[in-house]
Write a protein that binds this ligand. Structure first.
Ligand code: FES
Ligand code: FES
Length: 158
């Protein structure tokens, strides 16, 4: 079945089984490898990306639901010259250890900041429920607060 959507600002059409998880379309058909496979059952968050601005777990999201929607992956969040505030904060706080879970955390954080610009620790605990096997949670929390500051500055300047 042909399914069309926009991904990282670019219109795309794919011809796949409509029930294929969006994760495999993104990774294997579109060759965007930043979105990771962890558990495959919506439990770990490694596969988090945005569909119409909402953080979703793409391992458990059939591609048919993406028809006509606007998808953003970690590759489209920012770039080396213009990192997203979350990416900037992650670099400043040197968050990653092995790095595998980090794109999912950054995508979940970016979506949260659009809804909760100044999250408390309780907001972070309630909204960022991904899993990091390396236990980078402490640096991650600092980076989320720093990202909120940077996001605020960007919003004021735009
Ligand atoms: S791989 Fe999707 S939530 Fe774990
Ligand atoms: S940095 Fe290794 S799993 Fe999170």
């Amino acid at each position: 079945m042909k399914i069309s959507f926009q991904i990282n600002g670019v219109p795309q059409s794919v011809d796949v089984d409509e029930n294929t998880p969006l994760l495999w379309v993104v990774r294997d058909v579109l060759d965007l490898k930043g979105t990771k496979f962890g558990c495959g059952k919506a439990a770990c968050g490694a596969c988090t990306l945005h569909v119409d601005g909402e953080a979703i777990r793409s391992c458990s999201y059939a591609v048919k639901y993406a028809e006509g929607k606007d998808i953003t992956t970690i590759e489209g969040l920012g770039n080396a010259d213009h990192p997203h505030p979350v990416q900037q904060a992650w670099m400043e706080e040197v968050v990653p250890q092995c790095g595998y879970c980090q794109p999912g955390f950054m995508m979940a954080t970016a979506a949260m900041l659009e809804k909760i610009p100044n999250p408390t620790d309780e907001d972070i605990d309630a909204n960022i429920v991904n899993i990091c096997r390396c236990g980078t949670y402490y640096r991650m929390r600092k980076a989320i607060h720093r990202a909120a500051e940077l996001h605020h500055v960007n919003t004021q300047n735009s």
